[in-house]
Write a protein that binds this ligand. Structure first.
Ligand SMILES: Cc1cc2nc3c(=O)[nH]c(=O)nc-3n(C[C@H](O)[C@H](O)[C@H](O)COP(=O)(O)O)c2cc1C
Length: 234
């Protein structure tokens, strides 16, 4: 690699020309990038507005993660950055929280799906930490029981809950990690079962997190059949 200031005197002229060429190239690349960005932001032809890259994957879930601390006290937190990872596995992007401390001593937890009815307390557990609020769970008013298959609490007000066990922590540091967990079992309140005996998602009043306006939006009606309606166009 050619480095500035390392050539002999006789090479000074050559090096100066190289510097001028590199500076010109850098100016040309920058000008092109600025022009391209301006074109993207005001893309009038397609009536599309551009926004800089951010965490706007839609829709995002409202996951309530239930854990026990080392004394067996229950805790809950809200997580939107999570999803299905494999057939029996989920992934959650986890920061440094009371929940993280709890999982370090007891690697089992529950994931409940928040609803319009549980929304206020679900938001509350996402803005207050068990690290400095000992009565956090009392404030929610939720009915708490031990999950049948994992050492973690379930909150009875939620229609459906996954019982999970930590399988892997990816990129672990003091700021958190990506948590991969096995789904050990799925619990569904019988009130929310459909005629076929499976969970009726439409009945549950589930909410999603809107990262654009920091809002919670309730899911609506079933509008079609997956892996099926598309066949009309085959
Ligand atoms: C809508 C919403 C989404 C959130 N998503 C995440 C998330 O995906 N990952 C995360 O680590 N924290 C997330 N948080 C922040 C935690 O829920 C929050 O820091 C909480 O107070 C942690 O509680 P704890 O310290 O008692 O465990 C979210 C909070 C809200 C309100």
């Amino acid at each position: 690699m050619w480095r500035l200031g390392k050539g002999k005197d006789g090479n000074k002229g050559k090096n100066m020309k190289r510097i001028i060429a590199i500076v010109c190239l850098a100016i040309a690349i920058t000008a092109n990038a600025i022009a391209q960005q301006a074109k993207d932001v005001t893309n009038n032809t397609s009536n599309m507005k551009s926004f800089k890259s951010t965490a706007w994957l839609l829709p995002q879930p409202v996951l309530i993660i239930g854990t026990y601390d080392k004394e067996g006290n229950p805790n809950a937190m809200n997580a939107a950055w999570g999803g299905q990872w494999d057939m029996n596995e989920i992934i959650i992007s986890l920061g440094s929280h009371q929940t993280t401390d709890n999982l370090a001593v007891n690697p089992e937890f529950t994931v409940a799906f928040a609803t319009a009815e549980t929304m206020v307390a679900s938001d509350y557990v996402g803005i207050v930490s068990g690290r400095n609020t000992p009565d956090k769970m009392e404030k929610t008013g939720w009915t708490i029981e031990k999950a049948p298959n994992v050492n973690a609490p379930i909150f009875k007000e939620f229609p459906m809950t996954l019982e999970c066990r930590v399988k892997q922590k990816i990129d672990e540091s003091e700021t958190g990690y990506y948590l991969v967990a096995e789904i050990v079992n799925i619990l569904c309140d019988e009130k929310y079962l459909a005629e076929d005996g499976k969970p009726d998602v439409e009945k549950m009043g589930l909410i999603t997190f809107d990262p654009v306006h920091h809002a919670y939006i309730q899911l609506g009606k079933t509008v079609g059949k997956a892996f099926s309606d598309g066949k009309q166009l085959k």
